[in-house]
Design a protein around this ligand. Structure first.
Ligand code: PMV
Length: 308
């Protein structure tokens, strides 16, 4: 039996603008993970993929690339030039689905790594990231590639589409609360809605994306300098631009306002929006009050994560 895992993630800055070539910043959330366990089965049985949380079982022989679990298995086997093994791969995940925490990319990453480990092969983060990106493209239309990158490298990343990605190290610990709105966020649908809006009003959206890009660059400087106080207002400004793009939602606005009122240094939605998660930057002294404020405003679950 071998096992492999991959973390969740949050986008700190630049969602949507990152699809249009502006920089984005994402960090791993290591305490929520997808895990793949692989065990041998009798000769001739082929590969079965079992997703316990999704209550799905897929026999690779009977599957096609339209199935995301089968797709990552096909792509990984092709990349490793390996035959289908006789094995049962069971994937479990503690990452909320459709919440902007990267559950799809993490499940794909865990499956690719689990299969490679079972076959006795190494897969470098860049290779995993590329394979997972292929699956993201099948299911999300026009992904920027930021999700697969941060999940595969499990480090803070400064990401610009079609460029070499950069990892970086924050200069001090930054603590974020991640509040689940309980509303599903359908990444592909929200990305498509932004594309339609950009096509209808290209100049306005290009300006919004430029402003987001400038904030993301300022945020990287603040993160690297360990300047916790400067980062909060940058998050607030990014949220205002996301609202102008039309990807927030009344509940997300309420969670953001509640976090700020309870003492967060800044707050914004994270990921595609219209649902999913809100993130709030907190200090030790205010963390408990902000968590309570988020719960009162309707958050289903609050996770605390420290970056750096
Ligand atoms: O919903 P998530 O967390 O997978 O984030 C999507 C991020 C977008 O910028 C909206 C899309 C993308 O591919 O980068």
């Amino acid at each position: 039996m071998v096992s492999a895992s991959a973390p969740g993630k949050i986008i700190l800055f630049g969602e949507h603008a990152v699809v249009y070539g502006r920089p984005g910043i994402a960090v791993p959330v290591s305490q929520v993970r997808a895990t793949a366990r692989v065990e041998a089965t009798p000769p001739g049985s082929g590969l079965t993929l079992l997703a316990l949380d999704l209550e799905r079982s897929v026999h690779l022989r009977a599957a096609t690339m339209t199935d995301p679990l089968a797709a990552i298995a096909f792509l990984t086997l092709a990349h490793l030039e390996a035959d289908e093994p006789d094995a049962l791969l069971t994937v479990t995940s503690t990452i909320p689905i459709a919440g902007g925490l990267g559950s799809g990319a993490a499940v794909s990453t865990a499956v690719a790594r689990g299969l490679a480990a079972f076959l006795g092969c190494d897969l470098a983060p860049a290779e995993v990231s590329r394979l997972v990106y292929e699956v993201e493209k099948l299911h999300h239309g026009t992904p920027s590639g930021i999700d697969n990158t941060v999940v595969a490298y499990e480090q803070p990343v400064y990401f610009v589409r079609d460029r070499r990605m950069e990892t970086f190290t924050p200069g001090a610990p930054f603590r974020f609360l991640i509040a689940d709105s309980g509303l599903p966020s359908a990444t592909g649908a929200v990305v498509a809605a932004v594309r339609a809006a950009w096509q209808a009003e290209p100049a306005r959206y290009e300006r919004l994306f430029d402003q987001v890009g400038a904030l993301t660059d300022a945020a990287r400087q603040a993160l690297e300098a360990g300047d916790v106080r400067s980062l909060g207002p940058l998050m607030d400004r990014n949220q205002a631009l996301l609202e102008e793009m039309g990807v927030s939602a009344p509940l997300l606005d309420r969670l953001v306002a509640a976090a700020r009122e309870a003492g967060a240094l800044g707050a914004k939605l994270s990921g595609a929006g219209r649902g999913g998660n809100v993130i709030a930057l907190v200090e030790e002294a205010t963390a408990a009050a902000v968590e309570a404020g988020l719960a009162d405003a309707g958050a289903r679950r609050v996770i605390s994560t420290t970056v750096g």
